[in-house]
Design a protein around this ligand. Structure first.
Ligand SMILES: Nc1ncnc2c1ncn2[C@@H]1O[C@H](COP(=O)(O)OP(=O)(O)O)[C@@H](O)[C@H]1O
Ligand SMILES: Cc1ncsc1CCOP(=O)(O)O
Length: 273
């Protein structure tokens, strides 16, 4: 058994079971989210219409709510899809894109967290700090990284919302409110392509669909996997436009090549966790 066998097992199960991931997400990154979901062997569906939400959720294995281009009338759709997900007891993932950038987004993200049982919250340090009322540094949908203790932010948010929390950035932090894991790696270019956080949200949902009973493992695995994807993508292309496509290709390559995951980490020798 090598280090990443547990991630390979999750990837294998994704390919075997092809979980349907219901996204209510923003129209900036929607296409990338759909493609990265397909690349790893799961199936995406983006659906907003209220009259079909029960049918869609009925078929889905996880639901992802992403408030990136939120409009007032979408809030009810999110609440309804979330309620169906909670009723069906499937993982419900929140990506509070831009929380902190406007009172509307902050209020809505907090309201979703209050009303629904969110299994995993994934966001950058700006968004997650905002959710726990800490002074946050960011502009628009992007965080401005500083020397803050993001491990502690992940832990406090996880405690407050009784969810698994994944804080992204140059390093990711995953916490269940007690333990915190730090994940290095990825590529600087990931901060130069919009939608990388949203793609990770889709991957988290795919992993959670398989690891329903251990959402900490699902989140940690998704973070390590996407950091590996970023590394491989950078080896294949070094400019943002082609890097974006390379992310989809690399997600496909790593999930279809048993050895690639280990090889990526061996090459650069980065510590994980
Ligand atoms: N400078 C960086 N170096 C390595 N990985 C990064 C860097 N910036 C972002 N990432 C990775 O890109 C993905 C999106 O993270 P982030 O940019 O923080 O989210 P968002 O797009 O929501 O602001 C995560 O997988 C994160 O680990
Ligand atoms: C630029 C932008 N504006 C609204 S949603 C969005 C995409 C954000 O994607 P990510 O948070 O993954 O960078």
């Amino acid at each position: 058994m090598d280090n990443y066998d547990w991630i390979k097992k999750i990837l294998q199960k994704i390919k075997e079971r092809k979980p349907l991931i219901h996204h209510i997400t923003n129209y900036v990154a929607m296409n990338d989210s759909a493609n990265v979901t397909l690349a790893i062997g799961a199936l995406p569906i983006m659906a907003l219409e209220e009259v079909e939400l029960d049918d869609i959720t009925n078929m889905a294995s996880a639901v992802l709510l992403n408030i990136g281009t939120l409009k007032q009338d979408e809030i009810n759709h999110m609440l309804l899809a979330g309620k169906y997900a909670n009723f069906k007891n499937i993982p419900l993932i929140l990506d509070p894109v831009g929380a902190g950038a406007s009172k509307f987004r902050t209020r809505t993200a907090k309201n979703l967290l209050k009303t629904l049982k969110i299994s995993i919250i994934k966001g950058n340090s700006f968004e997650i700090s905002t959710l726990i009322d800490l002074p946050a540094e960011g502009i628009g949908v992007d965080a401005i990284s500083s020397n803050k203790n993001y491990a502690n932010i992940a832990k406090e948010a996880a405690k407050k919302y009784k969810s698994i929390v994944l804080v992204t950035g140059e390093k990711d932090f995953v916490s269940d409110g007690e333990r915190v894991f730090e994940i290095e790696g990825g590529s600087f270019l990931m901060s130069k392509v919009t939608g990388c956080g949203c793609m990770l949200g889709s991957i988290v949902a795919c992993f959670a669909a398989i690891e329903r009973e251990n959402l900490l493992i699902a989140s940690l695995g998704a973070s390590i996997f996407f950091k590996s994807v970023g590394k491989l993508a950078e080896q294949r292309s070094t400019l943002p436009g082609s890097f974006r496509n390379s992310l989809i290709d690399s997600a496909y390559l790593i999930s279809n090549d048993e050895e690639k995951l280990n090889a990526i980490w061996r090459e650069k020798n980065d510590p994980v966790c």
